[in-house]
Design a protein. Sequence first.
Length: 98
Amino acid sequence: MAHTDTYTVRLGERGRLVLPAELRRRAGLREGQELVLIYADGVVRLATRRDLARAGRGMFSHAGRGRDLVSELIRDRREEARREDATGKRTSKRRRAT
């Protein structure tokens, strides 16, 4: 289990929080860095955009194992366009540029 440290901060004027210097140093946070607050089930979490992107990488990799999902999508879109051209009907709300 990961070690957890607790820091107490006070909500200041206009909702501002000051993160303790030790926490900023340990978390690698820099002044002016954009952070994301995540609220779920009564808990507020703080993360960097980079950490969120890193956590999301590979999230759906199991779904396409051994498959070329990009090629499948392109093939599906081409088949849909051929059907639309054959029937003269659009199956999506998107308009083609003329």
